[in-house]
Design a protein around this ligand. Structure first.
Ligand SMILES: O=C(O)CCC(=O)C(=O)O
Ligand SMILES: [Fe+2]
Length: 354
């Protein structure tokens, strides 16, 4: 972590993110003084376009200002989420050898598979990030709305845990349905036709991850559960069983996000930020588990098909906001981030003397 000191103000911290941007904040403490917007999204199911447009205005405003919001009345059966978190508890409780059979290092250009405990340290803190994770990708053959048995899925499933795969995929299928509807609302929020993005999400990126964060005893300066970062794709839908998620506001304060039973947290990610030329904010976030007990979470990472060219949306580029990023496909960006993230984070681990 690089510490810089300003003349009158106390110490501030500057961190460089994997996406190339830097962030600075003056206090490492998080507070509940600000909160993220809570949006009732039941209107995604309304047959009336005016209802969906009104919802799009709310979601668009949250995406432009903080890039994080909670959604209620989303229509997803929360039993599917509970089942997935139960499977996470069982998987992470198994032997390390068992988990290492699906080690993510076997797939250097992908995130899928098992990420061991204390493997990464993105900001060179005294201690490695205190989490372990398991990631799995979209499987076109299980897509309820557009099943395609001919596209192989890239995954590392544990060999003898069929219920694990079944429960995790059932939850993923439900979230894919919700994400397709939200994608239409985002199109409206950008004042595009509602179906403008449909073609990009026929065969989407819809990877997921389960995470286990042990209770942290070290200070938040020395260790994070997961260090400050932005997500890679278009938007993320997070389920978590406890406090711990923190979001960096525009005023550079860390805000605590409270999980509300039955709701999800949604955040904008980097591909959407690039495609909207920074009109949508891909907000920096991290997790620090100071609850005193284990924390489990399950983010769902939704992105447009890897062949989608991330040309900035016309209405997001003008004289005051000229084009900020070179154009590349979502797949090129994904691969750049994955390899960079894995090598950079491991490099910093070696640097810290492990
Ligand atoms: O555990 C959480 O609540 C969020 C995890 C996260 O931000 C991530 O995996 O990208
Ligand atoms: Fe994240």
């Amino acid at each position: 972590m690089s510490i810089t000191t300003t003349a009158q103000v106390s110490e501030s911290t500057t961190l460089r993110l994997v996406n190339g941007k830097s962030i600075t904040f003056s206090s490492n403490e998080a507070s509940e003084a600000e909160s993220i917007p809570a949006i009732d999204v039941s209107r995604i199911y309304s047959p009336d376009l005016a209802d969906r447009q009104a919802l799009a205005e709310e979601i668009g405003s949250a995406s432009r200002h903080i890039g994080f919001f909670t959604i209620t009345n989303h229509g997803v059966d929360m039993q599917l989420a509970t089942n997935t978190l139960d499977q996470a508890k069982q998987f992470f409780a198994s032997d390390r050898d068992k988990k290492m059979e699906v080690y993510t290092g076997l797939m250097p250009k992908e995130f899928c598979g098992y990420h061991p405990m204390e493997e990464y340290n993105p900001h060179g803190q005294k201690l490695q990030n205190l989490h372990e994770a398991y990631n799995w990708n979209y499987d076109a053959s299980k897509d309820a709305e557009a099943p395609d048995p001919n596209t192989p899925s890239i995954n590392l499933w544990p060999s003898d845990m069929p219920v694990f795969q079944e429960r995790l995929c059932a939850y993923q299928t439900a979230l894919i349905g919700l994400a397709r509807r939200l994608t239409r609302v985002f199109a409206l929020a950008l004042h595009l036709p509602e179906d403008a993005f449909d073609k990009f999400v026929k065969a989407p990126e819809a990877g997921m991850r389960i995470l286990h964060y042990p209770a942290q005893t070290a200070s938040r300066t020395d260790q994070n559960g997961i260090g400050a970062h932005t997500d890679v794709e278009h938007f993320t839908i997070i389920t978590a069983d406890s406090d711990g998620l923190e979001v960096l506001s525009k005023s550079r304060q860390w805000i605590k996000v409270k999980p509300t039973p039955g709701s999800f947290v949604v955040n904008i990610a980097d591909c959407f930020m690039r495609q909207t030329n920074d009109v949508f904010v891909s907000t920096v976030h991290r997790v620090i588990n100071e609850t005193g007990h284990k924390r489990y979470a399950c983010p769902f990472f939704w992105g447009f098909n890897r062949s989608t060219v991330l040309t900035p949306i016309n209405s997001c580029v003008d004289e005051d906001n000229p084009q900020r990023y070179p154009v590349m496909t979502a797949g090129e960006y994904y691969e750049w981030r994955t390899t960079r993230q894995k090598t950079l984070w491991r490099f910093r681990k070696q640097e810290s003397g492990e």
